[in-house]
Design a protein around this ligand. Sequence first.
Ligand code: SF4
Length: 214
Amino acid sequence: MSGLSVFSPGRDCGFCPRLVAYREEYRSLHPDWFNAPVPSFGPVKARLLVVGQAPGVNGANRTGRPFTGDVAGRLLYPALAKFGFATGTFQERPDDGLELTDCRITNAVRCAPPQHKLETSDKNHCLPYLAAEIAAMPDLRILLAIGAKAHHSILQALKLKPGRYPFKHGATHALENGLALADSFHTSQYNVNTGRITQEMFEAIVAQIRRSLT
Ligand code: SF4
């Protein structure tokens, strides 16, 4: 981390009893899985921060790397690689050797929620970690929200009014603090299967971010 540090939750963070109970259930069911708050991935001195909603229980909760192990990363990582934010080949495993360049990935909520459904209390409890994550990135220029919930958590973490910046897929908001916030529909299996988001649509957003950082 080049001397920088981020205030991150410990493996047994207990602020969300509902999520802790779910985590404990999975620790019993699958003791070989990660089953803990999923740490952020990528350099702190990056200009781009990708923010997801929460780990999937069979994805990042299993593997310990954001957007890794289920369908959610299948659009994200190849698009990042295509536009120079990642090197290597994404193989849905944390040991696939993929590295991020000028990009970091985190989640608004670090623990997997049951049925992948977040409650307001989950987001509120985990907000200090997201705020710390953003504050610890000295070169940050753009945040990419993967889904409306991530968008709202980012605004909350930055103490900005959501009404001023409505979520819209493909939009980039110039925030009053000088950062930019780009929006994408979530890259979930449901959204991919229903055609709500495609590789082409997602790549268009990453391409726009690349252009704005050059
Ligand atoms: S979701 Fe965040 S605040 Fe809640 S238990 Fe996990 S790490 Fe802690």
